[in-house]
Each structure stands twice: as structure tokens, then as C-alpha cells.
Write a protein that binds this ligand. Sequence first.
Ligand code: FAD
Ligand code: NAP
Ligand code: SF4
Length: 676
Amino acid sequence: MPHATYPLMFSPLTIRGQRLKNRIIMGSMHSGLEDLPNAAERLSAYFVERVKGGVGMIITGGITPHPSGGRGAKLSEPSEVPMHRAVTDAVHAADPEVKICMQILHSGSIANVREPVGPSPVRSRLAKVPPVELDEAGIEEQIAAFAKCSALAVEAGYDGVEIIGSAGYLISTFLVERTNQRTDRWGGSWENRMRFAVEVVRRARAALGPDKMLIFRISAMDMLEGGLAWEEVTSLAKALEANGADVISTHFCWHESQVPTIATMVPRAAFAQVTGRLREAVSIPLITSNRINMPHVAEDVLARGDADLISMARPMLADAELVNKARDGREDEINTCIACNQACLDHTFTGQLTSCLVNARACRETEITVKPAEVARRIAVVGAGPAGLAFATIAAGRGHKVTLYDAASEIGGQFNLARKIPGKEEFDETLRYFGRMIEVHGIDLKLGTRVDADALAAGGFDEIVVATGITPRVPALDGIDRANVVSYIDVITGKAKVGQRVAIMGAGGIGFDVAELVTHAGTSASLDIDVFAKEWGIDFRNHPRGGVTGVVPEVASSGREVWLLQRKTSAVGKGLGRTTGWTHRLTLQWRGVHMLGGVEYERIDDAGLHIRVEGEPRLLEVDTVIVCAGQEPARGLYDELIARGLAAQLIGGAFEASELDAKRAILQATELAVAV
Ligand code: FAD
Ligand code: NAP
Ligand code: SF4
């Protein structure tokens, strides 16, 4: 019987004789677990939770086939097989129907090795040195390594391999003219440039034997000026099919590209239409990906005929049970990936273990375990921001009797402000999730209730958890109490009037968000694929090389003249997320926002904001000053409780406001909730 709501998502598909029970794949992500001494145990626990959560197939994080391919986990010698075997055994034991394929990743010119290799010595912006140009013997050695790695993957019990041929890694640098300047049989004409990819596939196919799957990840749109032309993409796909690929997975990325492809401002499933076009060129199944974070989005993509399979990578970090929840009609219980990158990609690129902002247990499955409480306790939680919500829902899920108070009329705390910023609409999903969890776990929610120590003392609680958040910092400055000096809170909630010439004091995450809000005009790009494409110079219809037009995008603006200020002399926005900060900086630059560092604030008067920059006095003739100068912990209630001798615990911003974000608030709350 087809599934009533998701008939396509829950229809099986057979690839090379192997039956996938549904169309959802956990896409490849480097978790960092691969590199730990207890990798097998940690990876097994991480994957098995997703297997039990209903996913049809898993693709592992990238495993390098050759020492030159990167310093991460490798599979190039038989001695490396047992770690992988332990993982595949665990996955198959958890559900023999679920498949697991190993991604083979050779990072080429961007490998973190002393002497990276590539087709030509063209240095990537992300690498310190140009790659060493491979000679004929070197090329043969690399192809042989892909084949040997494939054979070892079979020995290790994988159901197949995914070879990554996109994103600026080794294979893709052979494909693109810009990185392949050879004049021998591996460069020059398109036939020569694609020879390496095709040869890798042909030899890997032979090494895998007749029963194992071969997936090839292709750059369907590499977002790179001078990248692949559409005819090259289709011709490559056909050649891969002819040489033994069973599935083509479409990728939309080149690590140096200046187009966001997975950040929260990218509309859901924005790139699936490209997969749909490629599907017409080949007869093997296609996988699509990027910002497909809910089951109805996946079903719509399948229904439009844009793909045969859906890869969800980050959504599987956010909620291991996503597929089962969809199957059982519990979509409103899905903890949705909000595409913030804060705990996943930002961690990967800074050498930290991957996790997830909304699910702190991701990749910590063996460290943070949720067990039923031995004794159910009565717990008061004050504050329904991310910290209070995470604590309350996990503690109640363990069987504790939780009462959750918030002074506001809705749950969310500062997340209610975050979700009002154009491009952050996904944050709504986190509040929908927590709202539902409050119902599921029978939490006694008391909104519009500012509790004090008297009320809590009278409540007879066994535990009190204080998650009262922060109060915005008000810098001591002449004129700070003028009517035209307003807090970010009043701007975001619409209480404050904002003029045409605006100074923003403070260029942290909130300063940037406020600058986005006051300069924004028109439809939010994250909600409209055409607006997004226009803003970032993507041409989905004509598909120029790389998919990008190369002209400076025209971004709609409110027309306000805005100064974004900080006292630090470092580049403005330097502290923003590693993988997303540049997108915020670029958009504001395009809207003409003046970003000034090294600012000393002097006073605010009728003329505007008086500052000094490098000692030189300057007047910004603004009509509105918005204060985004950081935050202080709101600990009044906690101090009162302690003064009365009541036991209370602090979490989130109330614990520490400096460098606070929702990732830290939720992690701290989770750790306390599993221990209480
Ligand atoms: P809060 O969210 O501040 O919640 C505290 C709650 O306690 C409030 O709801 C308050 O009403 C309640 N409260 C206080 N006193 C009492 C009382 N006595 N009785 C009852 N209730 C009380 N973080 C990120 O990680 N990523 C982002 O992209 C991001 N974007 C942001 C954008 C904006 C515009 C803002 C303002 C913040 C953003 N943040 C972001 C920061 C993030 O929202 C905070 O780090 C997080 O909300 C802190 O959580 P918390 O639970 O500690 O406190
Ligand atoms: P923040 O990032 O700490 O920035 C505070 C800003 O205020 C800084 O620019 C700081 O820079 C300035 N400042 C500090 N003290 C000041 C003073 N006395 N007078 C004038 N300026 C002062 O904090 P935030 O912007 O309030 O954000 C709060 C938290 O929310 C952050 O930790 C952030 O991670 C999180 N957040 C994250 C995102 C995201 O996209 N990831 C978005 C929004 C918020 P100078 O000292 O150099 O002037
Ligand atoms: Fe998604 Fe953010 Fe979690 Fe990464 S950290 S998986 S982007 S919600």
C-alpha cells in the first residue's frame, strides 16, 4: 500500500539488485568521528540512531583513497578495513534493509597535506600552496588508488561507494578548464578533461564487482565562473552511466565559490530543478540535495520528477528520527535543520567535532545519553528561550514533572527576535518543534507569568532551573537616553521608528541581523527562488558555465543609509560564522552599508553620533542610533533564590552572556537535563 501522505518518498527503489526501502538518503558529512581513536564505536552509535530512525541509505563522510588525498580517515590498506567493518556490521545488524555506502574523497589541491596534488599547479584560494602537477605515472597511481579503495570498501562490508567528483576536489579539478591547464591526454579538450573521472569510474566499477553500487557525485552547477557548461555536465553524466555508474548524485558547490548553496538564506530545494533537467539526459537514478529539510519538501521534489532519491545530510543531524516521524504522521515532532551551519559545517572548517545547534546529541550519542529518570522530580524552569525549552523538553521526556514559566506571551525568548530577520524564517521551525514537545511531554506551560522567588519558594519544587536569558547592554555615553536611540529589541519587534540614516552600535551577530532588517526590501530571498537567484547571480534557465552570470548582483534595498560600527580594529564581521559570515558581509556591502571598525564613541546629540576613527573626529549625521552592544546575564531571580537558600541552577544566557549563542545554550541545557 502506498503511504497516504508521502507515497513517493516511501516507495522502494532497486539499484544494482539492492532494494532501498525508501527514497531518503543520509548524505555524506565529515563528522570528525572518523578521526577519533574510538571511531568505530562513535560512528556506529551515530549511524545506528539514524538507521533506527528510518533512513533508507547512509553515505559516510569522505574517506580518502590515497595519502595525498587528505589527512583524515583513509582506506588504502587492508589494515584499515576492520574499523569500517565494525561500522557496516553495526548498521546492517540494526536493520539489514538499510544500505551504507562509503564516500571516496580525494581532496586534490585543497587537501590538508604538505604536498597536495592536482592536474595543474593552480593554487586554490583555500590552499597555502599550489598542487604538484601529477605526471602520467602519478595519474595512474591515483586511479589505481580509487579502484583499490573501492575493493577494500567491499571487503569492509559496504553496499557500495560514492565517488565525489565535485566541489573543487581532485576529480573536479580535472574537469574544469580553470584548474586543468594540461595539454596532454588528460587536459585541453572536454573529452580529455573528463577522461580522469570516467577512468576512475570504469576502474572502480571493475573493483566493486557485479553487486555493489557505484554512485558518482557530479557538479551539476559548480557556481564558479568558468565552471562546467551544461553540455559538459550532461555529457559527463552519460559517460559515467556508460562506464558503470549506477546513480548520479547532484552537487551544487565549489568550495571557493561566492554563492551560498546551503545556508539558511537559500530557499528550500532551490537546486532540485537542475537535477530534474539532468534526469532527462540519463536513465540511471538521480539524487538531489541542498536545503531539503522536511518530508513534504522531499515529496514535492519527487512529485515534480526532479529526482529519484533525496539526500538529507544536516537534517539527519537535527533529527535522527525524521523519516519515522514522517512515516507515522508525526511531522510536527520533527526537529528541523535550520541551515545555520553553526555546529556542523562551522565546526568542520575549524577542526571541531560536528554536532547540531538544535540537537546537541548529534555526534555525541555515546556521550550524552537520555535515560528515563530513576525518580521523577518536580522541576520549575524559568524562561522559555532555547535553553529553558531544551532543558524542559528533555527533562520532561525522561519522566520529570516540569513547569515552564515565561514572562512573554509566547515561547522562544530571543529566538522570537531571530526569526523576524529576513533569511532566518527557518527559526520558526525550532519553535514549532519545541511547542509540540511541550504538548507531547505534558509540560505545564505558564506564559505571561513573570515568576519571582516568592512564587517559586511557595511552589514546593525539587529543582529550579533558571534560564532567564539576558538584558541588552546599554553603553555609558552622553545622549544614550535620547528618544532616537533605540534598542535592537524595539527595532525588531517594530516598537521603535527607524529613520532613513541609521547608525548601529555593535557589529556582532545581532548588529549584522539588524543591519539586514533595516536595509531589506521586498520578498525575502530565502522564500523565493527567483529572488534568491537574482540576488546571487545564478541563472537557472540558461545555465551559463558554472550556472553563474558573473555580474555584480543587484540587491533590493530599503534605501536607508546605514553605518555598522564596532570599537575593535579587526575586520567588521570577522567573528561571524566561518561558513556564513561572508554571505552577510557581501549582502550588506551590496546594499551600501558602511562598515567601520576602530570606532570610539563620543556622544549623541541633535547633530547625530559623534565618533572618532583612528583619532580623527567624525560626525555621522544620523536620525536613529540602534544599540546592539552585546548583552549581560539576567541573574536577578537567581541571586534572590540563592539568597533565600533555595537550590537553583543557571543555564543559557543567564549563566554566561559573553559569546552566548543558541548552540551553547542548548548544549548546556541538554547536558543538565540528561543528568538531573
Ligand atoms: P533567552 O532566549 O533570552 O530567553 C530567556 C527567556 O526568559 C525569555 O523568554 C524571557 O521572557 C524569560 N524570562 C526572563 N526572566 C523571567 C522571569 N522572571 N519569569 C519568567 N520568564 C522570564 N543565536 C544563534 O545561535 N544563532 C543565531 O542565528 C542567532 N540569531 C539571533 C538573532 C537575534 C536578532 C537575536 C536577538 C538573537 C540571536 N541569537 C542567535 C542568540 C540566541 O537567540 C540566544 O543566544 C538564545 O536565545 C539564548 O537563550 P536563552 O534561553 O539563554 O535566553
Ligand atoms: P556580540 O556578538 O558579542 O556583539 C556585541 C557587539 O557590541 C560587538 O560588536 C562589540 O564590539 C560591541 N560592544 C560590546 N560592548 C560594547 C560597549 N560597551 N559599547 C559599545 N559597543 C559594545 O553580541 P550580540 O551581537 O549581542 O549577539 C549575541 C549573541 O547572539 C552572539 O554571541 C551571537 O553569537 C548570537 N548571534 C548569532 C548570530 C549568527 O548568525 N550566528 C546572529 C545573531 C546573534 P566592540 O566591543 O568591538 O565594539
Ligand atoms: Fe542544521 Fe544548524 Fe544543526 Fe547544522 S547546526 S545540522 S545547519 S540546524
